[in-house]
Design a protein around this ligand. Sequence first.
Ligand SMILES: [Zn+2]
Length: 449
Amino acid sequence: MLSFTAQAQKVAYLGQVLHFTGDPSQATNPQDAYQYFEKGALIVDKGKVVKVGIASELDALIKQSKVIDYKDKLIIPGFIDTHIHYPQTEMIAAFGEQLLDWLKKYTFPAEKQFSDKAYAKDVSDIFLHQLLSNGTTTALVFGTVHPESVDALFSQAKSLDMRLIAGKVMMDRNAPDYLLDTAKSSYDETKALIQKWHNKDRLLYAITPRFAPTSTPEQLTAAGQLKEEFPDTWVHTHLSENKGEIEWVKSLFPDRKSYTDVYDFYKLTSDKSIFAHSIHLDDDEVATLASTGSSIAFCPTSNLFLGSGLFKLSTMKEAGVRVGLGTDVGAGTSFSMLETLNEAYKIIQLQNQKLSAFEGFYLATLGGAKSLSLDQYIGNFETGKEADFVVIDWGGTPFQAYRQSKTTSLHEKLFVLMTIGDDRNIHATYVMGKKQFEQGMAHPATKSL
Ligand SMILES: [Zn+2]
């Protein structure tokens, strides 16, 4: 554990350093979109990036610093998970259903328990440890309908100094009574949580209606009003995941021309609005997301697990809609962004397209930061950005080490990493320049189980 005195001093992390400066899929030459320093250095001071570059060219700075040499390990910006549900941590891998039955059968009963603050604290602790042990340093997170769930998560994230966006679910119909709020109570509780947590340290608030079918028009109006009163908060919800869900939205909102139009009508589209899934959108809906600057969270493992469909990444890029990657645990089957990239590649392959490893790692870092409008703080190693980073062991297992020994290019190394890598590759995770996870580190919450 780093002491306060160690943190107060410049630290030079040596290793193979990679970060993105743009979207490789939009660059004429992918090399213009990233910087890779095989013998690199990342200099950090007071939790911020001072400089990144070739170690031999940063000699003077390194001499003034404490040196931590990760040798041939890879140092990259922390992964960014743009859509995840922390209360579903305990019900990942629930068998056999598609979205609407899966919610009824598994999700709602699991979420019931989060009215208990001690329970919410325990799960928050396990959840955040899972993020960090998978190299994820920022996430956009669903709580439950209970304000206690958000208090517990933010308290724990604050103690780790994480940049986290979260919110209390707003849900006033089409769910069991024990999980319902009202338009009025959801407005009041959300407002109180915004005032308590938004912009406290690195924490940020997202107004979080679960999805259109579980909110009355009155509640969506209240959500839109909150966004108007607190314009620098985020909006986080689900959109167009499953065909049955889309039909349901049509029947509940017959006056709206599409699912996306429901959110747009209630003033919930914006450059800080993130719509998870967005799989089955028509051209008008894509145009609405683009013109309002809204973003999409692409959740490959969840889309495959619930049989929801194949996300059209290239269509969204062509339309200029920002996209980040989400694990969507617990419909998603892994906290690992490496495993998420593995499934993303397959989803793109099924549409006769390719997801390069460069584009994949861009999406998991700077692309995610851009999709959350957080790229002025995180996403790469530009001077002054917050020093959230991951140290990756290319050979997380003996077999991976063997496979990596046969690679001949950076792209091939990264592609092998994203295809067969997982949490065993995460050697250490740093948040604001402080090591919060190291391989083999015992964790108090899971130890006591
Ligand atoms: Zn979700």
